[in-house]
Design a binder for this molecule. Sequence first.
Ligand code: SAH
Length: 351
Amino acid sequence: MKIDIFGMFVDEIALTIQPYGIPKYSAVQIAKWMYQHGIYDFNNMTNLSKKHRTILVEHCIINTVSTQAIEQSSDGKTSKYLLKFNDGMAVETVLMRQPYGNSVCVSTQVGCAMGCVFCASTLNGVIRNLTGGEILAQVLYINNLLKQEQTTVNTIVIMGSGEPLANYDNVLKFIRLCHEEYSLHLSYRSITLSTSGLVPEMDKLATEGLPVTLSISLHASNNELRSQLMPINSRYSLPEVMAAGDNYAKQTGRRVTYEYILIADFNDKVEHAQQLAILMRGRLANVNLIPVNPVIERGLLRPDSKRVQQFEQTLLKKGINVTVRREMGTDIRAACGQLRQKVLNKAPEVR
Ligand code: SAH
């Protein structure tokens, strides 16, 4: 069995290659070839000796991802990729060309266990966690594409399929790898992690000294409403999740974002906006309103734009920092799990 070195830190690569007589400094060279230059064939790592390249080919392998499907939005700004790993499992990765730079949305699990009623990723439960390397491979896939346009990945959002805090160690490894100088050298601040609200892991993340932006999927203005959308709310209630958000803001000094999906005739009334404003008052927080990507099977529809504006205005008048998420990629099923469902060619089961 060859050792897969993709997703290893330099120290780990060094430990792997030393027994074969390859010097420690070559670990940095190898890491740069993989993570910065997109070279996955040892034979093309030209600053290593021929002898060492042959040894590496014999004992090691670099497993990344291959393309299973691609969809482009009609405006060309959003591209969605279904990327396949070695074992045939595939996840979705999205490139969003924003005015402020290129943003990549990565998946952290194949499927998801959280069971949120509006989300396509969770329809068949969770199949497995992704490793840190498999999450990084998604970003590097996009980075390699962008290089052809002389540009690069600027920000990362951990908002694809899966609950990142349910795959804590691998996700943390991924975040640290993105920050390494021999890799993407991204600042922690340019990485956003979105969670459905796993309180113990949120508290743990606050102690790691990684000032990533935390985004919390709130989606409701009171506990009872949230329970109807998100089964996890029976384990960690809305007030507990918000207390963990406050703790994160306090420990890291970072403003927390609360995501709020707007669903027609469910959580989109003025009274909900007023309730939400009271929840947000005095907190180091932003609200991000997301008109839902419709899930027809479940009767979840998007409110009309007047309703969305009214909701936003009600929050603004109360002095809450609020933005409405720019529509991106609705025409290509950019909502979580929708492309994967299509390719798996299974009619989404409605629970
Ligand atoms: N499990 C994490 C991250 C993945 S979901 C979380 O819950 O935050 C990323 C974001 O997409 C979440 O805010 C999620 O609620 C949202 N999302 C899922 N399905 C959606 C849909 N149909 N329309 C709009 N947003 C959706």
